[in-house]
Design a protein around this ligand. Structure first.
Ligand code: SF4
Ligand code: SF4
Ligand code: FES
Length: 308
């Protein structure tokens, strides 16, 4: 009997994006169609390896005939759809999102794109006033939010959580994109060590009952660090180099290798500065691991540099 190779053909859908005729596979998202057409749409909570959670709303676009702006990262394309990615309505909405984030969160280690989007959309976080003094966030009770003094901008400022040797949690830099929760939960690790606690402005990422990481269910896979877009979750090694003003990506080399610890063969990208491994990432497009690692691949690099 002749072997039959299954072929999956996706019906093609024709739509218009910013006046340009675009063809996309049925089921593709508007974001995917935009990217294929070379049209940039900002994203914060989206990652190609995670199911969209639709929380940041910075990717919204205008679809003719739709009352509300739609999140392009999750809305599928449809035949004859007419999409505008840079209309005044879209830009105003994105500006508001970026401005509120930048007025309340420390974005100093967020990617360069985030700062470019803030500038390109004319967001002016400073107009919300000077930062209010840090408030106690970890024990905020839902329904008992205390707004700051009039004229001051509420922020998520708080002390860095450093309770283990592997990574720090600096939630003053957290935009609440949920990616770490997804990666720790059913999208990758299935450990469920962290979740969102609280409501509204008091919402925050927390371990169960806010216990320290070593007392939580965390297995130190670091998959949450791998997806965090702002540097809120960071290797201790990177955090300490930054604190000493010595972190310098222009002096770093990234070498891809295969994890030596077991037969799975995860790819490791070793980030090396001054002949020392300063952090380990894994490529998102690896068809076995999709950027995820275990504690050995992520943090077990000290044996290669004398265990110190
Ligand atoms: S290191 Fe792994 S187990 Fe621990 S919180 Fe992050 S994703 Fe969850
Ligand atoms: S810690 Fe990072 S990944 Fe987690 S919600 Fe905050 S910004 Fe997103
Ligand atoms: S990137 Fe689409 S809602 Fe966040």
């Amino acid at each position: 009997m002749t072997a039959v190779t299954p072929v999956t053909l996706r019906r093609q859908v024709e739509l218009t994006i910013d006046g340009q005729a675009v063809t996309a596979g049925e089921g593709a998202t508007i974001l995917e169609a935009c990217r294929a057409a070379g049209i940039e749409v900002p994203t914060l909570c989206y990652l190609e390896t995670l199911a969209p959670v639709n929380v940041c709303r910075v990717c919204v676009v205008e679809v003719e005939g739709s009352r509300a702006l739609v999140p392009s990262c999750s809305r599928p394309v449809a035949a004859a759809m007419v999409v505008h990615t840079a209309s005044e309505r879209v830009r105003t909405s994105r500006r508001m999102v970026l401005e509120l984030l930048a007025s309340s969160v420390d974005l100093s280690t967020a990617g360069r794109d985030v700062h470019r989007w803030i500038e390109e959309h004319g967001a002016r976080p400073e107009r919300h006033g000077p930062a209010a003094p840090p408030a106690e966030r970890d024990h905020a009770h839902a329904g008992h939010h205390e707004p700051p003094e009039a004229g001051l901008a509420a922020t998520v400022a708080q002390a860095v959580k450093r309770d283990n040797d592997q990574y720090v949690r600096d939630y003053a830099k957290c935009i609440l994109c949920y990616k770490c929760v997804e990666a720790c939960g059913e999208e990758a690790q299935n450990t469920f060590a962290i979740a969102v606690a609280g409501r509204g402005f008091d919402a925050r990422i927390s371990t169960e009952l806010d216990v320290a990481l070593p007392d939580s269910a965390c297995v130190y896979c670091g998959n949450c660090i791998g997806v965090c877009p702002t540097g809120a979750l960071m290797f201790v090694s990177e955090h300490d180099l930054r604190a000493r003003g010595e972190w310098d990506e222009s002096r770093q080399e990234v070498t891809r290798t295969v994890c030596p610890y077991c037969g799975v063969g995860c790819n490791l990208d070793l980030h090396v500065q001054d002949n020392r491994i300063v952090k380990v990432t894994s490529p998102l497009d690896h068809d076995v691991t999709s950027g995820n690692l275990c504690v050995k691949g992520r943090f077990g690099f000290e044996f290669a540099q004398g265990g110190s």
